[in-house]
Write a protein that binds this ligand. Structure first.
Ligand SMILES: C[S@@+](CC[C@H](N)C(=O)[O-])C[C@H]1O[C@@H](n2cnc3c(N)ncnc32)[C@H](O)[C@@H]1O
Length: 326
């Protein structure tokens, strides 16, 4: 198991954490939490194996880990109280937290939304899941939630981050009904081909496609609508799509200001409107209550809903590929 030693980041990396007036998405609020912008700009060739069939380790770390910049997965892990992060990740996390105090709460609300959605899909009879942007394993992972309800549930995790992939593989040793793919959402055909090659998921049967907290890392330039359409087209009727996505709607001005400031760092999140996020579900049928602030999506109890659910800054929704839909 890889731990998160306190590594001193290179001075150059510290400098990257300083805000610098550089990028801005045209006309749209953006925020930063993920340092994957450079990777996003260097999409591997289609079909290239981004991942490790064997995780290569160097001093206990996957050789591919870039310690010169923070990682979205590790920053996220830090916010969730995990141990799989480095000093450079913690610095960015603290910087973001100082600007957007609700971020840790948003991440926890996102995990809760994902768990509730997975349970609803299981209740609907779905027993296989493709979890893209799955992150570093933490408490209540999708396979734990799913297999506690249905021990035969199969899960394929996909992430762009080598630490997330390495940890997932470590965690899943001996769990034959799970697989891990190192791949990029911007190449959905590659993800689908790798998932098929694993022989874990049956694409002729209903599938749960999980995109929790990841589509906002895809800028408009990468045509997220088309990426999602490719994934939907591969899924059999009865399949469900789960999305949670950061938004600028209903956010207080100071939070948007902070998010705009943080967009000047290396990595951007593209905040989108409810209508844009709803569009990612295509012609699939939205389950009640539709695309709503995450805590409002089928809360376990009314007392679980915060007085101000909009403060978590993200919408969540689930849609089903009904038989009648082409
Ligand atoms: C905020 S975390 C969400 C983790 C998990 N889905 C959850 O809801 O708890 C976002 C994850 O998306 C991954 N990610 C970002 N861009 C990606 C891309 N283009 N392809 C695949 N994964 C990506 C990051 O590495 C990170 O692990």
């Amino acid at each position: 198991m890889i731990s998160g030693p306190l590594l001193r980041p290179p001075a150059q990396a510290d400098a990257r954490l300083q805000l610098s007036a550089s990028k801005r998405s045209a006309g749209r609020p953006v925020a930063s939490a993920c340092p994957h912008a450079s990777r996003h700009r260097s999409l591997p060739h289609r079909g290239e194996d981004l991942g490790y069939s064997t995780v290569q380790k160097q001093d206990g770390l996957p050789a591919e880990i870039d310690l010169s910049r923070p990682s979205a997965a590790r920053v996220y892990d830090y916010f969730l109280g995990g141990a799989h992060n480095f000093e450079i990740d913690r610095q960015l996390a603290e910087q973001i937290a100082s600007m957007t105090p609700n971020l840790a709460g948003t991440m926890r609300a996102g995990r809760e939304f994902l768990r509730r959605a997975v349970r609803v899909l299981l209740h609907d009879g779905i027993d296989q899941f493709l979890d893209i942007g799955s992150g570093i394993p933490t408490v209540g992972n999708v396979h734990e939630v799913a297999q506690s309800v249905n021990p035969n549930a199969r899960i394929v995790y996909v992430d762009i981050d080598p630490v997330a992939v390495a940890h997932s593989r470590d965690l899943l040793v001996g769990n034959d009904q799970t697989g891990v793919i190192h791949a990029d959402l911007r190449d959905p055909e590659h993800i689908l081909a790798r998932a098929r090659a694993l022989n874990l998921l049956d694409f002729d049967r209903p599938l749960g496609i999980l995109l929790a907290g990841v589509v906002h890392f895809i800028g408009d330039v990468d045509r997220p609508g088309d990426l999602l359409a490719t994934l939907r087209a591969a899924a059999a009727p009865g399949s469900c799509l789960v999305i949670s996505h950061s938004t600028f709607e209903d956010q207080p001005r100071e939070m948007l200001d902070a998010q705009r400031l943080s967009a000047r760092t290396d990595t951007e999140i593209t905040l989108r409107s409810r209508a844009e996020i709803t569009g990612f579900f295509g012609d699939w049928t939205l389950l009640e209550p539709g695309v709503v602030h995450m805590p409002l999506w089928r809360p376990d109890s009314a007392s679980d809903v915060d007085d101000n659910p909009a403060q978590f800054g993200a919408f969540g929704g689930v849609a089903r590929h009904d038989q009648s839909v082409g």
